[in-house]
Design a protein around this ligand. Structure first.
Ligand SMILES: Cc1cc2nc3c(=O)[nH]c(=O)nc-3n(C[C@H](O)[C@H](O)[C@H](O)COP(=O)(O)O)c2cc1C
Length: 273
C-alpha cells in the first residue's frame, strides 16, 4: 500500500507538500480511494455482504431514524437489466454484486400504521433529505469497508435515469426510492484504477465565512491542467475538468432523464412538501 504522502501527491499534485497530513493507516486508506470500473467476474467471499452491511449500519444516522435500506442484486439477469437502464455501464454486468441504496420511509410509515399513530412529518422534503443523507453515509462506509477488504467499488448515480423501471427490477414499494447503486467486485489487475486529483483545498475550504475566490479562473485553470495530465496518463481524452462539468449540466437533456426526478418521487410516494 502506498504511503500517505504518495496518495496526497496524486490527489493534489505539488500543493500536497503544504498539507500537514500525518501518516496513519486509516487516513492512507481514505486518501487512496479510487472508483473501479474494470472487474474480474469472480464471486465475492462469503462474509463480504454482512461485513459491508455492518460497516454501513455503523454510519451515523439522523436521529437514528435509519431511513435507508439496501437491495443486494447478484443475479446476472437483474444486473444486465439495471446496466441497460443505467446507460449501459458494463461494470454493472461484469462485477458480481450491485448494491442498490434506498431512501426508505416505508418502514416508519408501517410502524405508524400498526401503532395507529400519526407520522405527519413523513411527506416533507427534509424527511426525504434525511433518508438520502443516511443512505449516502451508509454507502460510503460500505465503500471504505470494501476497499479495506481489497475490493473495488463504483457508485451508480445513473440508476436515477429511469427510476420507475429500476424500482420495478428491485421491487420497491411506495415510500421507498432507489437513490444510487454501488458496484462491488474484485478489481481487474490488468486495468488498475488510479487516484484522481481533486480541486485544491483553497477552492473548497473556507474559514469562518464563505468567501467567493478572487482567482477562481486561475485555480480552475490549474486544476484543468492537472486533470488533463491524469486523463492523459489514463489514456482518456484530455478534456480537463470544467468542460466536463459544464457539459454534464448544460441543459435538462444533459441530466439523462433525471430532470423528471420530482415527478418520479411524487409517483413513488414522496410528496416533498
Ligand atoms: C453519487 C455518485 C454517483 C456516481 N455515479 C456514477 C456512475 O453512474 N457511473 C460511474 O462510472 N461513476 C459514477 N460515480 C463515480 C464518480 O464519477 C467518481 O467518484 C468521480 O469521478 C471521482 O473519481 P474517484 O471516485 O475515482 O476519486 C458516481 C459517484 C457518486 C458519488
Amino acid at each position: 500500500m502506498p504511503h500517505t504522502r504518495t496518495s496526497l501527491h496524486a490527489r493534489y499534485g505539488a500543493a500536497a507538500k503544504d498539507l500537514p497530513v500525518p501518516e496513519n493507516t486509516v487516513l492512507e486508506h481514505l486518501l487512496s480511494h479510487r472508483s473501479v470500473r474494470n472487474f474480474l467476474p469472480d464471486a465475492l467471499p462469503g462474509p463480504t455482504l454482512p461485513t459491508l452491511v455492518a460497516a454501513a449500519q455503523s454510519a451515523a444516522s439522523s436521529s437514528n431514524l435509519q431511513t435507508w435500506s439496501v437491495v443486494a442484486v447478484q443475479s446476472q439477469a437483474s444486473r444486465d437489466r439495471l446496466a441497460a437502464l443505467a446507460g449501459n455501464q458494463a461494470h454493472i454486468r461484469q462485477a458480481p454484486l450491485l448494491l442498490v441504496w434506498l431512501a426508505d420511509l416505508s418502514r416508519i410509515a408501517r410502524i405508524a400504521q400498526y401503532k395507529q399513530q400519526p407520522a405527519d412529518g413523513l411527506p416533507y422534503l427534509d424527511t426525504y433529505l434525511i433518508a438520502v443523507i443516511d443512505a449516502a453515509l451508509a454507502a460510503q462506509n460500505a465503500v471504505v469497508a470494501a476497499e479495506a477488504l481489497g475490493l473495488g467499488t463504483v457508485y451508480i448515480g445513473a440508476l436515477r435515469n429511469q427510476p420507475e423501471a429500476v424500482a420495478e427490477v428491485v421491487g420497491t414499494p411506495q415510500g421507498v426510492f432507489p437513490v444510487f447503486g454501488l458496484v462491488v467486485g474484485h478489481p481487474d489487475p490488468a486495468h488498475p484504477a488510479a487516484i484522481k486529483p481533486r480541486l485544491p483545498q483553497t477552492t473548497v475550504l473556507h474559514h469562518e465565512r464563505y468567501t467567493a475566490p478572487d482567482s477562481l479562473d486561475a485555480e480552475i485553470g490549474d486544476y484543468d491542467a492537472q486533470l488533463s495530465g491524469f486523463q492523459a496518463s489514463e489514456g482518456l481524452p484530455q478534456v480537463g475538468w470544467s468542460n466536463v462539468v459544464l457539459e454534464r449540466l448544460r441543459n435538462a437533456e444533459s441530466l439523462k432523464g433525471r430532470h423528471r426526478l420530482v415527478e418520479a418521487l411524487h409517483g413513488a410516494g414522496f410528496p416533498l412538501r
